[in-house]
Design a protein around this ligand. Structure first.
Ligand SMILES: Nc1ncnc2c1ncn2[C@@H]1O[C@H](COP(=O)(O)OP(=O)(O)O)[C@@H](O)[C@H]1O
Ligand SMILES: O=C(CO)[C@@H](O)[C@H](O)COP(=O)(O)O
Length: 499
């Protein structure tokens, strides 16, 4: 039997899976790492934590699976997008990585808009947002010039981990698309953008396709993990591109809902010239010359995680969610907006923060937990509403990520999205997508579609229940108002956030 390994460098943890020729997950190991939040709006991670925990996870995976390592033919990666890893000329990390959910770069964003106007949207297909990589590079240039001067190269999170495991430096189109430095449809770094901001063009890594083989494992990594140094390593893709591959979103029609740390509603896009006017993200897929479009809730799973860590630290997610099914829709009049780190879709706003509206002396913890789940799902529904308004049909949704582990939440998604929601055998969509890229790169299949046919298994389907739909519709109308009614209050409160 032949195998491949998929690695997902998530925000909460690295997930590794061993997959056999039939697409069965034979083993799974996750290892978490912390978020570093020095100030309000700051979100960083230490790239060394990603590397250390990935090696550790792989070593455990190899040891528990007990397969012949020579039969593990390929490894590939999926990773949290946009994060800035800066390296010096000796390829040493210069500072902590600044992550996708870090919103310190508002003034750099406004500067980019002033310099480029609408032209940047034509090139990059995306509006300037705090989370993207270019504003982070400009923030370092402005606030840490001594570090910027030493910067010889930037890498995205999974590209850095892959570099440490192979010694070869690359990026690939699906992740490069989230930097604001890529000409998305021409698939080339746009060096004019670098030049306009005095960024040396050499800091951009060479680009390859997601399924391209970029090397083999370094001898020390092979030794530490127990893998063979002959194992081929394939480039991989952005976590949402890989999530889409792992969920079979390889042609128009199906929609993806991912609840990880962030939340994403993603749809395959046939037409690369389609213009959403920057209302949603538009990125290169991990499938060659394909594209997808998506809306992002910054603090989806993060909201639930924040609640658990702050108020119920010793519980598992299963314990925390126990009993939410007996709380009625609307959590007895409690409504939550998930703007813990600002928001992207549909309100690109780095100053907005979350709210619990309607707290009552009778509310118990389970009311709050349900309100958090409902608020996250409403936020994702705003992206679905936007897609439907643009003429996309959203009637079948594949749900992945940590949030897809809970069946109450999956039913809630069906009721709020007014669509059929499908759960797959493994909710590790991005790691599965990475594994699928390794199989395609290794020549097991002629196309990703053929691999998807073989590998992707649906386990259950959740249909909207009419009476629930009506109740949620009424509640969603109230939810939509909360952003507008709390926007100015939050902008004023920003002066009281720690700096
Ligand atoms: N059993 C569970 N039920 C519901 N939600 C869960 C469960 N386990 C994890 N989650 C949610 O999933 C999130 C992590 O999802 P994951 O896809 O692993 O994230 P990431 O890729 O960002 O690391 C957690 O923050 C939590 O909100
Ligand atoms: O910023 C984005 C997409 O634009 C996020 O979706 C990140 O890619 C992080 O993903 P998760 O860790 O939540 O999977």
């Amino acid at each position: 039997m032949k195998y491949v390994i998929g690695i997902d460098i998530g925000t909460s943890a690295v997930k590794t899976i061993l997959v056999n020729e039939q697409g069965e997950v034979c083993g799974e190991v996750s290892k978490s790492y912390p978020l570093i939040q020095e100030k309000a709006g700051y979100n960083e991670q230490n790239p060394e934590d990603w590397v250390r925990q990935t090696i550790q996870a792989l070593a455990e995976l190899v040891s528990i699976c007990q397969v012949q390592v020579n039969n593990i033919e390929g490894i590939s990666y999926s990773g949290q997008m946009h994060g800035l890893v800066l390296l010096d000329q000796n390829q040493c990390v210069l500072r902590n990585a600044i992550l996708w959910n870090d919103t310190r770069t508002t003034s750099q964003c406004r500067n980019i808009e002033e310099v480029f106007g609408e032209q940047l949207l034509e090139i990059t297909k995306n509006r300037v947002l705090e989370g993207f990589t270019l504003p982070k590079i400009l923030w370092v240039k402005e606030h840490e010039p001594e570090i910027f001067e030493k910067a010889a190269l930037f890498l995205l999170p999974k590209d850095y981990v892959r570099f440490r495991m192979t010694g070869t430096i690359n990026s690939e189109f699906s992740d490069a698309a989230g930097t604001l430095l890529l000409h998305v449809t021409r698939k080339k770094w746009d060096y004019d953008i670098c030049k306009r901001f005095d960024i040396p063009t050499e800091i951009c890594p060479p680009l390859v396709e997601s399924h391209d083989c970029v090397g083999t494992l370094l001898p020390n990594i092979a030794e530490e993990t127990g893998l063979s140094k002959k194992t081929k390593v394939f480039a991989g893709g952005a976590d949402n591109a890989c999530g889409a591959i792992g969920a079979g979103i390889l042609s128009s029609g199906k929609t993806l809902c991912s609840i990880g740390t962030s939340g994403v509603i993603l749809s395959y896009e046939e037409d690369k010239e389609r213009d959403f006017k920057g209302k949603v993200h538009f990125f290169n897929h991990g499938k060659k010359d394909a594209f997808y479009t998506m809306g992002v809730t910054l603090a989806a799973g993060y909201s639930l995680n924040w609640f658990k860590e702050t108020f119920s630290q010793n519980e598992t997610f299963e314990q925390l969610l126990h009993g939410v099914e007996s709380v009625p829709i609307g959590s007895n009049g409690l409504l939550y907006t998930p703007y813990l780190v600002g928001e992207r879709t549909p309100h690109a706003d780095s100053l907005i923060r979350g709210s619990f509206i309607g707290m009552d002396g009778s509310h118990k913890k389970e009311n709050f937990v349900r309100a958090v789940m409902e608020g996250i799902t409403f936020s994702l529904h705003e992206s679905i509403k936007l897609f439907r308004k643009e003429g996309k049909t959203v009637d079948t949704i594949i749900s992945i990520g940590g949030g897809a582990k809970n069946e109450i939440w999956l039913q809630m998604q069906a009721d709020i999205f007014k669509a059929k929601v499908i759960k797959l055998e493994s909710e590790q969509g991005p790691a599965m997508g990475a594994a699928m890229l390794a199989t395609f790169g290794s020549g097991w299949f002629d196309s990703l579609e053929q691999c998807a046919e073989e590998f992707i298994r649906e386990t259950s389907t959740f249909y909207p229940k009419e009476s629930n739909v009506e109740r949620y519709e009424a509640l969603f109308n109230i939810y939509e108002e909360v952003y507008f009614k709390t926007k100015d209050l939050n902008a004023a409160l920003a002066a009281f956030r720690d700096r």
